[in-house]
Write a protein that binds this ligand. Sequence first.
Ligand code: SF4
Ligand code: SF4
Length: 66
Amino acid sequence: MSFIITDRCTACDACRVACPTQAVSKGSPIYKIDRDACNNCEGVMGGPRCMPICPESGAIIFQPEA
Ligand code: SF4
Ligand code: SF4
């Protein structure tokens, strides 16, 4: 829905494994978040999982709906 992966992604796979809605898919060279599948981790304790688990600063960013 509102998180996107930027070209700072190093394809480490952490966010794909952590995502509760299987919204993240492998890509080359960067991973991708399916905006329709991502629900911003609604209902997940602690909030969005992908962004805090990502080791690369700026690789996952919040992008409000256009
Ligand atoms: S915010 Fe949550 S549901 Fe959306 S991509 Fe990240 S981990 Fe998956
Ligand atoms: S956790 Fe960050 S660096 Fe790793 S695959 Fe996801 S976006 Fe890329």
